[in-house]
Write a protein that binds this ligand. Structure first.
Ligand SMILES: Nc1ncnc2c1ncn2[C@@H]1O[C@H](COP(=O)(O)OP(=O)(O)O)[C@@H](O)[C@H]1O
Ligand SMILES: [Mg+2]
Length: 413
């Protein structure tokens, strides 16, 4: 049929409708095939028709959105010639472009128009972008420029020819230990440099690690201010390419204001875990279940998922992913010391395990060394247990009784 939209057009329109608040995330979820699956369920080809039939959106609104999206494609940024669309993430679209003055290829991240209205965000976007442009170690995707053209903002950066770690995980599953160590060490170097200059990335994840065709690992999105809180940003991805907050630190989930470099160490640890085991450290049917597990579920040690892993690497990841950031590395330089020690064939200098759980299992003789990643149920909080409240009530009652008796005795005496 002429003019029949392709499915990627459908998902673009739906995404834009959701971004502008015309439809909700739940309405989008109802348009997926196999919506009970946790892995990236596809949008149904007739998703837009379903939304219209449900009364979530009108055909006119869809037409208007299509026109707007087409206009976006034709937009101009003075000094640059937009070439291709490279991809899109939770917050923005990324284009390949030619910077005309220097005749070089760059990548430009274009933010949705809706961010314009938040003056505070716009200020932060420029301040962080300018500061990031001063960082240029080899393992950070270099930020070049920030600017505004017409009614949108953009962030110009080094164009990286290559794939992300996310793409590799999709294509070939987990990494072998030496390759993963090499990549993680390069990214830890990038973070050490940034942390020493006072930058915190806040969104370290496989999609933000690019591998050039020469095998250099580069951390992307450094210095890119984020609009929403970390949890909102992470949730905004849910159901998208690789959604849900798989790599976010517990303190970011709790919305703590003094998030520091240790949040990046946690996220790098979660990324490392995924690279070595082929599994995310905590999974769940929805973003809030995943986040609850980051907060409360005990991590299944990576060498219990992949028995081939060295226990030194496992101990490093467990230390990176300690729920209490005080138990993580005290600096990114310390983490690098451990990565180098293991790279040189020795044990880590700092990461130690309290006891080797595998030995315990072998002693019991009931299980093999490989334990599947169980959705170990989170025990309820103390305050969630009825007996706790019974105990509190009876203790309070007893205390009052004692006070009354003491008063009576004093009066009587
Ligand atoms: N500097 C770059 N050079 C080449 N491709 C890039 C660059 N930055 C991002 N991309 C591509 O665009 C995609 C979307 O990027 P981004 O919007 O940052 O997504 P996310 O929010 O998931 O980090 C990436 O997965 C990557 O494939
Ligand atoms: Mg990115």
């Amino acid at each position: 049929m002429p003019g029949e939209p392709k499915n990627n057009d459908v998902s673009q329109v739906i995404r834009a409708l959701q971004e502008t608040g015309i439809i909700t995330a739940e309405e989008v979820e109802r348009c997926r095939v196999d919506s009970d699956k946790t892995d990236t369920p596809e949008l149904a080809p007739d998703a837009l028709e379903r939304l219209v039939a449900n009364g979530s959106v009108t055909a006119k609104q869809i037409d208007r959105m299509r026109t707007q999206l087409a206009a976006e494609k034709d937009r101009q940024i003075p000094g640059y010639q937009l070439l291709d669309k490279l991809g899109e993430g939770a917050m923005a679209r990324v284009f390949k472009a030619r910077q005309i003055s220097l005749d070089r290829i760059v990548a430009i991240k274009v933010l949705p128009q809706r961010y314009m209205s938040d003056a505070q965000f716009v200020d932060r976007f420029y301040a962080e972008g300018r500061a990031a442009a001063k960082l240029n170690p080899p393992n950070i995707v270099q930020a070049f420029d920030v600017g505004q053209a017409g009614d949108f903002h953009y962030f110009v950066m080094e164009y990286v020819e290559g794939d992300t770690v996310y793409d590799h995980l999709q294509q070939r599953g987990r990494y072998d230990e030496a390759d993963a160590l090499n990549i993680i060490t390069q990214i830890a170097e990038a973070l050490r440099h940034a942390h020493e200059k006072g930058f915190i990335h806040r969104d370290v994840k496989p999609k933000n690690i690019m591998i050039t065709t020469d095998g250099v690992a580069k951390l992307a999105d450094m210095g890119l201010a984020r609009q929403a809180t970390d949890t909102e940003a992470a949730e905004a991805e849910s159901g998208r390419a690789y959604g849900t907050p798989y790599y976010i630190s517990p303190e970011q989930i709790r919305g703590e204001v003094d998030v520091d470099f240790r949040a990046d160490i946690y996220s790098l640890g979660a990324t490392y875990y995924h690279m070595l085991t082929g599994r995310v450290p905590f999974d769940g049917p929805n973003p809030s279940a995943v986040m609850r597990r980051h907060l409360r579920q005990t991590l299944v040690p990576p060498d219990h998922v992949n028995a081939k892993l060295s226990s030194g690497i496992s101990a490093i990841i467990e230390m990176m992913m300690a729920k209490d950031r005080q138990e993580r590395y005290a600096s990114t330089a310390d983490l690098l010391d451990d990565l180098h020690a293991v790279g040189d064939g020795g044990p880590p200098l700092q990461a130690r395990r309290n006891f080797d759980f595998r030995d315990l299992v072998q002693l019991e003789g009931s299980m093999g060394p490989e334990i599947p990643n169980p959705a170990r149920e989170v025990p309820p909080l103390l305050t969630e247990q009825p007996l706790f409240w019974v105990a509190v009530a009876s203790l309070t009652f007893n205390a009052i009784l004692v006070i009354v008796l003491v008063l009576l005795v004093i009066r009587g005496a």
